[in-house]
Design a protein around this ligand. Structure first.
Ligand code: GAP
Length: 445
């Protein structure tokens, strides 16, 4: 949680309500009562999400010569999911209550409340567990037969495997190299919960790194370190992140080794990213099911081998939730007042700078400053209400800098810059504001 002092987040409800009121995240189709497991990102939420995705893309793709990107269709040929093992294995055990008709995960029964439909007993009347496939089905075209069934992808990586040969040849990459993609994934979760943590529609940023089987451990270590560094740079403190290796009985059907990066959420330690040794499971299976050779020739031009894969897979929505929970604080101020503040890392804050004229009479010059800054920064202009209240609104939005244009500004050509975390104020020349912000944001990097 935020380390700037003050009371940190212990209950998710406070964050859920801040997110709705400030335009971060709210229930999808809210006017119809919402739809369980689906969320909409508002004006601030979409900026946060886009900043997080851009930073991931920058670190994982653009800064590396050995990773390239792609953007695949959400719907793949249905055989993809037979080959990947999802049709057979991608399920959770579930039970139904015969009385109240609710469905629960069989491995989370300790969390279910009493049955609302049984007189004289609050116990549910549960069916034996059976497996429930989590893939969301849809139909393609006008026909209603079984052949028209397709699935919304439950993970974004499978099109990377089916596209492996094409992308490698087009990008003229040699093993070892990676293919990255960010996009939507869908899972028909039996029990969506904890705000966006477990949703039915969410975004993943995944990177599949193809290497020689002899180098799998080296690359696995490399990517564990890289990914931890990425999260640390976003401002997570030492006590809020940890890694956890999977035990053999937890491993997914495709996985030989896995490490989770976990964040200390208000509801406990939970995974935000998985680093997986997928071996040659996916390429071998797609080779078998498609009849296309996906093995590669080694540097010596003699050896033929199926590359082994190290995967990094982070949920963008979960990461955003972790960032918001980490940033949230309620702080006591002098004079018995308090403020709610999001100490978001400046590089991902939705609004970078707010321009606040002390009076509407100063609008013309303040707007001139605003439009100059808009060329380089995401700017918010606010001239309504007293200045203290305007600062609080920006604190709640997580805006790292506020620039106040006051009655002295036309004379001395200076403005006051207020920094969110320290609340320190500094008077600087108007012509230097853009440079000042650029330096501060670069430092935050
Ligand atoms: N391709 C591997 C894969 O999908 P995963 O552990 O099932 O692995 C990776 O998912 C990440 O995707 C998780 O660490 C989590 O951040 C995110 N994720 C998975 N299911 C999710 C859900 N129902 N809602 C939100 N995010 C989810």
């Amino acid at each position: 949680m935020a380390e700037a002092g003050g009371q940190q987040l212990t209950h998710l409800d406070e964050l859920v309500s801040l997110c709705a009121s400030r335009g971060y995240i709210s229930p999808s189709s809210e006017i119809y009562g919402g739809i369980n497991g689906f969320w909409d990102y508002g004006p601030l939420g979409v900026e946060l999400k886009n900043n997080v995705k851009a930073r991931w893309w920058q670190r994982v793709v653009r800064e590396r010569a050995d990773v390239v990107g792609m953007d695949s269709a959400i719907i793949s040929h249905p055989r993809t999911w037979d080959a990947s093992g999802h049709t057979e294995h991608f399920s959770d055990p579930m039970v139904d209550c015969r009385a109240c008709k609710k469905r629960f995960r069989a491995d989370q029964l300790e969390e279910i409340g009493p049955c609302s439909a049984r007189e004289g007993s609050s116990e549910h009347d549960l069916t034996p567990p059976r497996n429930f496939n989590l893939m969301l089905e849809t139909r393609i075209g006008a026909s209603e037969d079984a052949a028209s069934i397709a699935y919304l992808r439950p993970e974004t990586c499978q099109p990377i495997f089916t596209g492996f040969k094409r992308v490698r040849e087009a990008a003229r990459q040699k093993i070892p190299f990676g293919i990255a993609q960010i996009g939507k994934a869908f899972r028909n979760e039996i029990n969506p919960r904890n705000f966006t943590f477990r949703s039915r529609e969410f975004e993943q940023a995944e990177m599949e790194f193809f290497c020689h089987p002899d180098e799998r451990e080296k690359w696995f270590e490399h990517w564990c370190e890289e990914r931890m560094r990425f999260h640390r740079e976003l401002g997570f403190g030492p006590d809020s992140l940890r890694t956890r290796a999977h035990s053999a009985d937890e491993l997914a059907h495709y996985c030989k080794n896995a490490v989770d990066i976990e964040f200390r959420f208000p509801f406990g330690w939970q995974e935000i990213e998985g680093i997986h040794d997928r071996g040659d499971w996916d390429l071998s299976r797609h080779s078998e099911y498609s009849g296309k050779a996906l093995a590669v020739t080694g540097e010596d031009q003699k050896e033929r081998f199926m590359p082994t894969v190290v995967e990094t897979s982070v949920g963008i929505d979960r990461l955003c939730l972790a960032l918001l929970a980490n940033a949230y604080a309620v702080e006591e101020l002098e004079g018995g007042e308090s403020r709610t503040v999001l100490h978001l890392h400046a590089s991902i804050a939705p609004i970078q700078v707010a321009v606040l004229p002390l009076s509407k009479k100063l609008a013309e010059s303040a707007h001139a400053l605003e439009s100059g800054l808009r060329r380089r920064f995401n700017v918010f202009y606010d001239d309504a209400g007293n200045i203290g209240r305007r600062y609080r609104r920006q604190d709640e939005a997580g805006t790292p800098f506020c620039v106040t244009y006051d009655f002295d500004s036309p004379e001395d050509q200076q403005v006051t810059v207020r920094e969110r975390d320290t609340m320190k104020q500094e008077r600087i020349a108007i012509e230097g504001v853009a440079e000042y912000l650029r330096e501060q944001l670069d430092c935050a990097g």
